[in-house]
Design a binder for this molecule. Structure first.
Ligand code: NAG
Ligand code: NAG
Ligand code: NAG
Length: 231
């Protein structure tokens, strides 16, 4: 006795789906099987080009090219994702975290310094985090656990690359200072033990650099770069 109603619902759903123009990623997420997903993908959809990143950003210290379910729809359902980072001379990939998953990081063609702040013990969330820093030579790798704060520096005057792989197609990226300094001034003042005035907080907020920048003065001197960041 419900049959006509069900038919109407099914017809209106398909009308809505057609009218809404779902993206390929959205269609893939809705597909009922792996085979149905493959049917939605053309041969060329299986190819992703990390070399077609925003290469002009090397002038700011480096750039990242990220394959996620949104930039590379063929990843939907595969449970993996990947980023390639290009760090220019003295390039600094500033402190950030991936809420979506752990990062398996490999230095491809030259030494990169890495810093990792592990989460504090569960019984003492106020403890100073354990920091692990490494000099990662070409073809060496490290792990940045899900949600950990980490960063990398290219200490050389040449361009160096890294690959970051993830067990998720939605690893995300949160810039730690951007996040902290987005809370209201008075709350931030209290949280920092009233060591900064509102104008100092504002000053810091405006000067937080882009995610990848040219770093530490010592390196900049060696590589003959101007000392003050362009930001
Ligand atoms: C859906 O795509 C078609 C063809 O590209 C277009 O004509 C139509 O306006 C789109 N509809 C919506 C709701 O965006
Ligand atoms: C890395 O950690 C070691 C041991 O804690 C410390 O001696 C060293 O100064 C650190 N290196 C940098 C560049 O911070
Ligand atoms: C490392 O690889 C990147 C990306 O291919 C390249 O731009 C860079 O010149 C390479 N650096 C070295 C030192 O080989």
């Amino acid at each position: 006795m419900f049959r006509p109603l069900i038919r109407i619902v099914i017809i209106s759903c398909s009308v809505i789906a057609t009218a809404i123009n779902l993206s390929l990623t959205q269609q893939l997420i809705l597909a009922p099987s792996r085979n149905a997903r493959y049917a939605l993908l053309k041969d060329e959809d299986f190819l992703f080009d990390f070399g077609k990143g925003p290469s002009s950003e090397l002038s700011t210290g480096g750039y990242l090219a990220e394959a996620t379910s949104e930039t590379f729809p063929a990843l939907v359902g595969q449970g993996v994702g990947m980023a390639v980072g290009i760090l220019g001379p003295c390039g600094f990939n500033t402190p950030h975290t991936h809420v979506g998953g752990s990062e398996f990081f490999i230095a491809l063609n030259g030494t990169i310094h890495s810093y990792l702040a592990l989460e504090p013990p569960p019984i003492n969330s106020g403890a100073t985090p354990r920091v692990i820093n490494h000099t990662i030579n070409a073809l060496q790798a490290t792990i940045f656990p899900q949600g950990s704060t980490h960063m990398q520096i290219n200490p050389s005057c040449e361009i160096r690359a890294f690959v970051a792989s993830f067990g998720t197609d939605d690893f995300g990226r949160t810039q730690q200072f951007e996040a902290l300094f987005s809370i209201p001034d008075d709350v931030l003042q209290d949280s920092l033990g009233n060591t900064l005035s509102p104008s100092q907080i504002d000053n810091i907020r405006q000067k937080i650099p882009s995610p990848v920048m040219k770093s530490i003065n010592q390196c900049r001197v060696v590589c003959g770069m101007p000392l003050h960041p362009e930001h």
